[in-house]
Write a protein that binds this ligand. Structure first.
Ligand code: AMP
Ligand code: MG
Length: 413
């Protein structure tokens, strides 16, 4: 394949994704860790509940525990005692009396309903009830939420704010998770300068390594940052060897086009096996995927928007599969009208950056972030979605329907 390949020889995004995901398996190694250390980790075993939730029958209301057969419209039942949350009632409960009970308190043996206090009248010698209770009223039964032994999280779940407190509520304090992925990263380019250093003539800042590092951290990977590597065959070869020896995945940026100093692909051909190179998407055409002797390899394009887009669309699902995550889904897409015209040439699928919002009628609509050059990173900071324009589509007029993909948390602020 060369620089002049026609669009028909380029892989579509979905072909590339299928190819990439079908070639990899989760790393598989596991470790047992404390729940407090488990944020963002992936479960390597299904988690079952060691307890019933709730663990005992308890009251859903502040009110009175009764035996229904003793409740009539005229009956006034003396109060035999009190049950509070954390302080069960252990006293005598004579026939013809009731027990004051608070929300969350264990239900005294023999109770068959709780009458809420709003349906009672407190009198000198007891309580009269203004509504007749139904069987089981206001009683939360043991195990009604989760039964002991029931599966609460399948294998491959990500442990986040919705999952960890659930496990804590079950008394689970150790979890078996997959080990974190090790990802080695370097940028290539003689023009690149490290952030924080003054720019010399002809230099630009290395934004890709920073962007990719941030995304890897959000994906809970261990990052091995090998810095900026000059456009020098020997240096790049050495960086590949070092990265390959330490990591599960090696990610590079730049050097995968067909310029004179674009050695990445050539060295990869030598040191590993390229699975595919070049996609029918814009931006992001020169993306390479392959295998080194130990690690997988992803070569991101040099242009920052292309690098971030291909990372998001391809590397993100790859890392999720490798990490053992089992619930990855293709990004959600919706159809909305564009309120601005969008420039496009047929041939590749465009991922333009857009701003999705609701209009005065409460309908969603999208507009462009403006200049769509693959070096214009501000399109990510201004945008909140991709406007996905089909491969063979041309320019789009204002008012036409387009497909939109809201950014997921990897790009959301
Ligand atoms: P390349 O793929 O190496 O030919 O790079 C394509 C374009 O992206 C060139 O304009 C590079 O200067 C730019 N570029 C490459 N790497 C980076 C990077 N790490 N950060 C910002 N721009 C980059
Ligand atoms: Mg370069």
């Amino acid at each position: 394949m060369d620089c002049c390949s026609t669009s028909s020889s380029l892989l579509t995004l979905s072909q590339a994704l299928d190819k990439l995901l079908s070639q990899v398996e989760p790393v598989g190694q596991t470790e047992q860790i404390n729940l407090t250390q488990a944020a963002d980790r992936i479960t390597a075993q299904a988690i079952t509940s060691p307890l019933n939730v709730p663990p005992f029958d308890n009251s859903a209301m502040d009110g009175y525990a009764v035996r229904r057969s003793e409740v009539t419209e005229s009956a006034v039942l003396p109060v035999a005692g009190k049950a509070f949350a954390g302080q069960p009632f252990h006293g005598e409960w004579p026939t013809g009396s009731c027990v004051r009970i608070m929300t969350g308190a264990p239900i005294p043996a023999g109770t068959d309903a709780v009458i809420m206090q709003e349906q009672t009248e407190v009198q000198e010698n007891g309580v009269r009830f203004t509504a007749m209770p139904k069987a089981g009223q206001n009683i939360r039964l043991a195990g009604e939420d989760i039964r002991q032994g029931a599966e609460v999280l399948p294998v491959g779940s990500k442990l986040g704010v919705a999952q960890l407190p659930l496990l804590a509520s079950l008394g689970v304090d150790q979890v078996t998770v997959y080990r974190r992925l090790k990802v080695a990263l370097f940028s290539t380019g003689d023009e690149l300068q490290t952030i924080g250093q003054p720019l010399q003539e002809g230099q630009i800042y290395d934004t890709n390594r920073f962007a990719v590092r941030l995304m890897l951290e959000k994906l809970d990977c261990e990052v091995i940052d090998l810095g900026i590597i000059r456009d020098d065959e020997a240096a790049i070869r050495q960086a590949f060897a070092k990265a390959d020896a330490q990591a599960d995945v090696v990610i590079t940026s730049g050097g995968v086009s067909v310029g004179k100093a674009d050695y990445t692909k050539q060295i990869l051909d030598e040191m590993g096996k390229i699975s595919f190179w070049k996609l029918a998407i814009k931006p992001g055409k020169p993306f390479a995927f392959g295998q080194l002797s130990n690690a997988l390899f992803c070569g991101l394009p040099g242009n920052p928007v292309s690098a971030a887009l291909t990372f998001y669309q391809l590397v993100q699902p790859l890392l999720m599969k490798l990490s053992g995550y089992s619930q990855w889904q293709k990004p959600r897409q919706i159809k909305v009208k564009t309120i601005t015209a969008l420039k496009k040439t047929p041939g590749r699928m465009d991922f333009q950056r857009g701003i999705l919002s609701s209009n005065a009628q409460g309908e969603l609509e999208v507009k462009t972030t403006g200049h769509q050059g693959s070096h214009v990173f501000s399109s990510f900071s201004q945008g909140n979605c991709f406007i996905v324009l089909e491969q063979e589509r041309g320019s789009v007029a204002a008012g036409e329907w387009v497909t939109v993909e809201p950014f997921n948390p990897l790009l959301e602020s």
